[in-house]
Each structure stands twice: as structure tokens, then as C-alpha cells.
Design a protein. Structure first.
Length: 278
């Protein structure tokens, strides 16, 4: 007992992650819109200023660098990678440098959290993140008249001067776990381990092409596990994993050889991999 509330020990470990099929992605940006709506990400008056806009999920454009008619294009969605890092040398790069412990790596879920009330805006984590998946709030969020009514009550709005990022819609995980524990206490279920459909991110649900698959990377019953260990066993890759050893939990799949080289910045394998963005 602690503070009058019983501590619940979860008897299993999970490691949530994604498999993104780049051959299916059309670059429509539905994942970006769903992410912003779900997590109360404000829209600035000038979204053309990409240096100041906040987009937890961002879609990049990759090309094979060849002239027409051999030109080929691929779209690459990039959420936070929720890097596991090397436990022997510290966890993910952002967690290792944060002086305020405003970001942390969960051994239970594999999710890198961001605690907004602890962050004082030093931006060390932004400099350490090799995927540029963290964003700084230069202004307090402003919502047009009537737009506040659509905000999610499960996600706090971030104030000026702090860093924010993709959380794998962690509030959905908390809601699903609360439901599973309640059902277990009422005798409605024996195992509190979440089913695949009980916890899904907004981007995975919104993707019209079905390019994003989310689930528990350690659960053989989840689709992401089957995709990595069976369907795409030799084709799945993780960005900058070979060069930095960050051990991200977002896997990419493509049948095109040049895509991995462009996404992973292997300049020797591709002439000019030109990243762009929405």
C-alpha cells in the first residue's frame, strides 16, 4: 500500500511498436491529421513554417534520385521511434540526456514517455534525438472559437516552453488497462493482457491504406509480431539501427531495394535520396 492506493503488479511484459509498409503508404497524411486531433496538437496560423509547426507524426517524401522515366517515389511516415537503446550505455538518446527526468523509458511497455510538468525547455532531448521526432512549444496553444469542444479530455494541452512528442497514444493504453483490470475484478476475464484491438494508436486506425500496424512486439498473437518474425522476417528494417544502435520499435517494410538505403541514409547505395515532407 502506498498513499492509500494499492500498487498493482502486472505479471507480464509488453513492448509496443509498429510495422509500416511503405509500399502501401500513399502519402495522404491521414495519419498526421488523426494524430493531431487525438493528441490536442494545435494548428498554427501559418503551417507553411515547418521549423515552428508541431507534427508528432510526419510524412517524408523519398526519391531514388534518378531522372525521368526511372524516377521512383516513396512516402515514409515517421512517428517517435520509442528507442530502447543499449541498456549497458543508457536507454534511448533522449532519455539519457534529460536533466529533469522529464522523459523516461518504461520497461513495462517499451514506450518513451514525456512528462510535461517536469520539462523546463532545455531542449537537450531534441538535440539528442536522431529522428527529429521532438518539438518545442514556442507559443501557448490557441484554439479558434468552437474548436475547444473537440479537444480530447484524456490528453493535457501543452504550455509554452516545453517539449512534446508522439506517445503511441498512451492515454488509450491507460484507458484499456483500466477497463481490463475492472473486468478482471468483476470476474469477466482471467488475463489482463490487452488484446490487439483493445489498444490501437490513432494513426494506425486512420490509415486508409492499412499501411500502419500497431501492437505488442512480444506477443505472438499480435499481427506486428507475425509480420516481423514471419511475413517480413528478412525485409523489415529500422531506421539508423545499424549505424546508431538505437533499437527503435518502428519497423519499415518495402519491396524496393533503394528505399531502405534512402531511409537509412546509406549514401553509397543510392545516388541522391532526397527527403522532403508535408
Amino acid at each position: 500500500m502506498s498513499g492509500g492506493k494499492e500498487h498493482v503488479e502486472i505479471p507480464y511484459q509488453t513492448k509496443f511498436g509498429m510495422v509500416i509498409n511503405l509500399d502501401k503508404c500513399t502519402g495522404c497524411g491521414a495519419c498526421m491529421v488523426a494524430c493531431m486531433a487525438e493528441n490536442n496538437v494545435p494548428v498554427r496560423y501559418d503551417e507553411s513554417d515547418k521549423l515552428r509547426s508541431i507534427t508528432w507524426m510526419r510524412v517524408y517524401k523519398l526519391t531514388n534520385g534518378k531522372p525521368f522515366p526511372e524516377t521512383d517515389v516513396c512516402w515514409l511516415p515517421r512517428p517517435c521511434m520509442h528507442c530502447e537503446g543499449n541498456p549497458a550505455h543508457g536507454f534511448s538518446p533522449c532519455v539519457s540526456v534529460c536533466p529533469a527526468v522529464a522523459t523516461d523509458y518504461s520497461r513495462q511497455t517499451g514506450i518513451v514517455s514525456q512528462i510535461y510538468t517536469r520539462c523546463f525547455g532545455c531542449r537537450y532531448c531534441m538535440g539528442a534525438c536522431p529522428y527529429k521526432a521532438r518539438y518545442f512549444n514556442w507559443w501557448d496553444p490557441k484554439w479558434p472559437d468552437g474548436m475547444k469542444q473537440y479537444l480530447s479530455p484524456d490528453v493535457s494541452c501543452r504550455m509554452r516552453g516545453i517539449v512534446e512528442k508522439c506517445s503511441f497514444c498512451f492515454h488509450r493504453y491507460q484507458r484499456a488497462m483500466d477497463k481490463s483490470f475492472y473486468q478482471a475484478s468483476q470476474g469477466g476475464r482471467e488475463d489482463t493482457r490487452l488484446l490487439e484491438e483493445e489498444y490501437q494508436t490513432a494513426c494506425a486506425q486512420a490509415c486508409p491504406a492499412g499501411a500502419i500496424t500497431f501492437g505488442d512486439l512480444l506477443n505472438p498473437e499480435h499481427t506486428v509480431y507475425k509480420l516481423i518474425h514471419a511475413t517480413y522476417k528478412d525485409k523489415a528494417f529500422r531506421i539508423l539501427e545499424k549505424t546508431l544502435g538505437t533499437r527503435p520499435k518502428v519497423y519499415y517494410v518495402s519491396s524496393k531495394d533503394w528505399v531502405e538505403a534512402a531511409a537509412d541514409n546509406h549514401t553509397k547505395k543510392v545516388a541522391k535520396a532526397a527527403p522532403g515532407g508535408h
